[in-house]
Design a protein around this ligand. Structure first.
Ligand SMILES: [Zn+2]
Length: 685
């Protein structure tokens, strides 16, 4: 497993005194003592200040020394590479001096410029070549940095500056669409065009840096990660870095996503507590828990720390790194690099969440797709985890690698899949694979439905002013007797016309559903009707040698808000039906325990990390809460079911345990009384 890495910097302001009492060697020594091979230091910050004497940029006004070079040299003495942080599209100093470089949200209206801090700049203006790239060259050649970590942030957002308007006009002989006219048909041209410009811009940057310093590392924060889940120059084959919000289940979800790609990625946690990357307020348990969520997926933890403005470490950092490093050592021992990921389910994170159909919604201001996509992704992650499933979340660009026989592909709320994905899925199902579509049936480039879905028409319900209701039929989940009731899901359903898909079961509408759905002021749900809907809730289509299921409701999206145990129970039963030959299942009354499974490439051996996420059931809809583990998490009794004909020798944290054979499975009882457990199962010869 790659050693931990560290981002040791701050975002300055002109009024803050910097570098008054530097201890470069102290910083570098701590990095060395914690096994680091590289660290991120400051090059150019949000405000736009450089920390070195510069001919092209603006050096911080209080600086007397070259902080970037000083820290790079100190790190080099310990054999550690120094990667310089450079904010790519945000630079207050440049923006205040060159108003013509500012991004514009509408013609003549700057997107963001403040008196002494941020400004959003247009990277298609002369800012890139006259300012940013020359500064980068200084950082690499004069300061000796070994690479650049670009913070992408606002860099490729929509911009209506004169340069961008002229470029659009030149490309299409049409005016650039404006944010206040979302119906302008020119938006269909804008998304793909902006995507191409972005690719060209990235190529230019990579090319310059490689010319100046062959072997330099270049990272663009977020690109290729869950927020930008699509191919770009040096995505997929390069390293991907992304910074999730520092709370459940974002950290796990990002780490799982990264594990689907060929190169280990950074999970870069900034908001690790209330302060910006300030570890001092984090409890030791919190640090252990969140590090474990990254290491369970064998990804690199990039610890977003802040340096004291004197340019020395704050007192909490050394202890924090020691704590995290100790967790890393345990996971590094338990999960050798040769192990292969062994998920039973693949949870797709579709490109359409960010790009819309055929990239037509890319960077369109006010587009809600990404926000809605997060809801399906988060709810899906939590639900599969609660169901005790061994799964991996992944982008379309990882499917070639990960779509293997025996794995079930789940596609939640995808409005579109690109031609390559369509072809891959077609081949996968034809060859005997299983796909589960949830909430929507994706469309193709020309708006048609994929052949493998089994429908001739799918009509999403956008009639009502609010989300409708569907009562779930009994899957062994309804309480019996007087308290007998069906669980309510807040969801619309699609109208379907089959082209071979067969109804498996039906949901129930609420009473007076038609009337209530169209009433703008209805504010509550009625009881379940006794007659089922005439549109199926679950269908199954046999295609080639495989099957495509469609769960016609917003199960994942609703689970983001209301993670009721009855949904977990209902989905557990459904997933057993859809993937009866799954290799692993963690049976856990409360959910909350994540299982990450690995298989040895040669020995008949599997290794599983069980991670205790504690008993939280909050809505995941709202971002940027803070979260701490302040006492040991509740102990959960769980059972690990392993499908195996052979008898198994099983250890939990190195100690042998007794397992029980039940039919085709071996059952391992485990009490989750620690943050994590390592379970190793070896076939007895
Ligand atoms: Zn522009």
């Amino acid at each position: 497993m790659k050693p931990i890495t560290w981002s040791i910097l701050l975002q300055s302001r002109g009024a803050i005194k910097l570098g008054g009492n530097p201890d470069m060697d102290g910083v570098a020594r701590v990095a060395f003592e914690n096994g680091m091979e590289e660290a991120i230091i400051i090059g150019k910050d949000h405000t736009g200040f450089c920390m070195h004497p510069t001919r092209f940029g603006v050096m911080h006004p209080s600086l007397k020394i070259n902080l970037t070079k000083g820290l790079a040299e100190a790190l080099h003495k310990y054999g550690i590479r120094a990667i310089a942080y450079v904010n790519f599209g945000m630079d207050g100093e440049a923006g205040r001096r060159h108003r013509d470089w500012l991004q514009e949200k509408s013609p003549g209206q700057p997107a963001l410029v403040t008196p002494d801090h941020y400004a959003d700049l247009c990277v298609f203006s002369p800012y890139l070549k006259e300012y940013m790239l020359p500064v980068v060259k200084e950082i690499l050649l004069d300061c000796g940095a070994d690479g650049i970590f670009f913070d992408t942030m606002s860099a490729f957002f929509y911009c209506a500056c004169p340069v961008c308007r002229a470029a659009f006009k030149k490309a299409f002989d049409k005016e650039l669409p404006l944010a206040d006219n979302p119906e302008d048909p020119a938006w269909d041209l804008y998304g793909p065009w902006q995507y191409e410009r972005m690719c060209n811009c990235l190529q230019t940057v990579y090319q310059h840096i490689r010319d100046w310093k062959p072997g330099a590392s270049v990272l663009f924060n977020h690109l290729g990660g869950p927020a930008w889940p699509f191919p770009l120059p040096e995505v997929v084959e390069g390293m991907i870095s992304c910074d999730p919000p520092a709370f459940f289940p974002w950290v796990s979800m990002y780490a799982s996503y990264q594990s689907s790609l060929p190169t280990t990625g950074d999970v870069f946690i900034e908001r690790f507590a209330r302060g910006w990357g300030d570890r001092n307020a984090n409890t030791t348990l919190t640090m252990r828990y969140k590090s474990a969520a990254i290491f369970a997926h064998r990804q690199r933890f990039c610890i977003g720390d802040r340096i004291h403005s004197d340019w020395r470490l704050g007192p909490g950092t050394t202890e924090a790194l020691k704590t995290i490093q100790a967790v890393w050592r345990q996971f590094n021992r338990a999960l050798p690099d040769e192990l292969l990921n062994a998920p039973d389910f693949l949870l797709l994170h579709p490109e359409a969440y960010r790009l819309g159909p055929a990239r037509k919604a890319f960077q369109k201001p006010g587009d809600k797709r990404q926000a809605n996509g997060w809801l399906a992704a988060l709810g899906g992650y939590r639900l599969l985890m609660d169901c005790g499933r061994s799964f991996m979340t992944l982008p379309e660009m990882a499917l070639t690698r990960q779509l293997q026989p025996g794995r079930v592909l789940i596609i939640p709320a995808a409005e579109y899949v690109k031609p390559e994905t369509d072809a891959l899925i077609d081949g996968f199902v034809t060859g005997g694979g299983t796909v589960l579509l949830v909430e929507r049936v994706p469309r193709l480039d020309d708006g048609s439905l994929p052949k493998w879905c089994g429908f001739s028409t799918v009509e999403e319900d956008s009639a009502g002013p609010r989300v409708g209701a569907v009562y779930l039929p009994d899957l062994g989940t309804c309480r019996r007797g007087k308290d007998d009731e069906r669980p309510l899901l807040r969801s619309n359903v699609c109208k379907l016309e089959s082209a071979g898909a067969e109804a498996v079961f039906y949901g129930y509408p609420q009473e007076h559903a038609e009337f209530l759905h169209k009433t703008p002021y209805a504010s509550f749900y009625m009881a379940s009707d006794s007659t089922p809907m005439d549109t199926p809730l679950l269908t199954c289509f046999r295609y080639g040698r495989g099957k495509v299921w469609f769960l016609n409701c917003a199960m994942f999206t609703d689970y983001t808000d209301g993670a009721l145990p009855v949904y977990k129970h209902w989905m557990e039963n459904l997933l057993r039906r859809i993937h009866p030959r799954a290799d692993f299942e963690l049976v856990s009354p409360g959910g909350d325990v994540e299982i990450v499974s690995y298989r040895h490439p040669r020995k008949r051996e599997t290794v599983h990390v069980l991670l205790n996420h504690g008993g939280r059931r909050t809505s995941l809809r709202h971002l940027f809460t803070s979260e701490q583990v302040i006492a040991p998490q509740p102990a959960y009794p769980v059972t690990l079911r392993i499908r195996s004909k052979a008898d198994l020798h099983i250890t939990v944290d190195g100690k042998p345990v007794e397992a029980v054979r039940r039919g085709a499975s071996v059952h391992v009882p485990i009490v989750m009384d620690s943050l994590w457990k390592f379970v190793k199962c070896t076939e007895k010869s």
